[in-house]
Design a binder for this molecule. Structure first.
Ligand code: NDP
Length: 243
């Protein structure tokens, strides 16, 4: 196992899985740049880590905007001299029935969950190819493996993330690609948008079972810490009791 310090960029690090991954990797001695729209939460996180003796850099990031994602990668390169790892974690899940035709929320999921991942790849891949190494970690979901009622569009975005990851992995001889599929994880994912009753039901169904985001962070760290010739291509991490 490599213990080398890597330059890691994490999208959507202001809460949940992204925040837990930033904490885990920064504490492990990696150089981490955390991005999200809620920069005050990122600053709080950096302050907490500093008090612990760990360093975390933060910046504003909107993954739906390609310029913002390119600026994120440029900041990482400026700070650390290179980008070794990109964790494409930012995501949204406003659940509803397809027949409710919440078209704006479908587009938001496509923009954040699919385009956001592609923007991240476009921003870091040329530099990684040039250096002949790098690692892209895409956070998909168990919803990328199966479809449940009210999650049709969300699932579609996560199937897409798995397809993009697998395609990129097959093309690549030097850049590692990992897709991580979390199951129910205790985060703020159901707090925004969607049909209120559906989101409430999703919370009720998952809260009891859900695992902490640190469980997903450990899986991401496992993939990141492998040597350059070892690609952990897919990890499914879910509560033991999740059906
Ligand atoms: P949270 O809601 O806690 O975190 C989502 C993160 O995404 C936030 O930091 C948010 O930051 C960020 N984000 C949303 N939109 C944007 C944007 N346009 N630009 C930049 N960042 C954005 O949920 P999770 O931690 O659960 O979600 C993380 C990932 O895990 C998602 O991809 C999700 O689909 C996936 N996942 C989660 C599961 C769960 O049970 N929790 C299960 C399976 C997968 P901000 O609002 O500050 O921009």
């Amino acid at each position: 196992m490599s213990t080398q310090s890597k330059a890691v960029l994490i999208t959507g690090a202001s809460s949940g899985i992204g925040e837990a991954t930033a904490i885990h990797l920064a504490r492990a001695g990696h150089q981490v740049l955390a991005g999200a729209r809620r920069t005050e939460r990122l600053s709080d996180l950096a302050g907490r880590l500093r008090a612990d003796g760990a360093d975390l850099r933060t910046t504003h990031l909107d993954v739906t905007d390609p310029d913002s994602v390119h600026a994120f990668a440029a900041t990482g390169t400026e700070l650390f001299g290179r980008v070794d790892v990109l964790v494409n974690n930012a995501g949204v899940m406003p659940l509803s029935l397809v027949e409710d035709l919440r078209v704006d929320e479908w587009n938001q999921m496509i923009d954040v969950n699919i385009r956001g991942v592609l923007h991240g790849i476009a921003a870091v891949l040329p530099g990684m190819r040039e250096r002949g190494s790098g690692h892209i970690v895409n956070v998909a979901s168990v919803s990328g493996l199966r479809v449940d009622p009210t999650a049709a569009v969300y699932s579609a975005t996560k199937f897409a993330v798995r397809a993009i990851s697998e395609g990129l992995r097959q093309e690549s001889r030097d850049v590692r690609v990992t897709v991580v599929c979390p199951g129910f994880t205790r985060t703020e994912l159901t707090h925004q948008g969607g049909d209120a009753a559906v989101q409430q039901a999703a919370r009720a169904a998952t809260d009891e079972l859900a695992i902490p985001p640190s469980a997903i962070a450990r899986a991401i760290a496992f993939a990141v810490d492998q040597p350059a010739d070892v690609d952990v291509s897919e990890l499914v991490v879910r509560p033991t009791a999740q059906g």
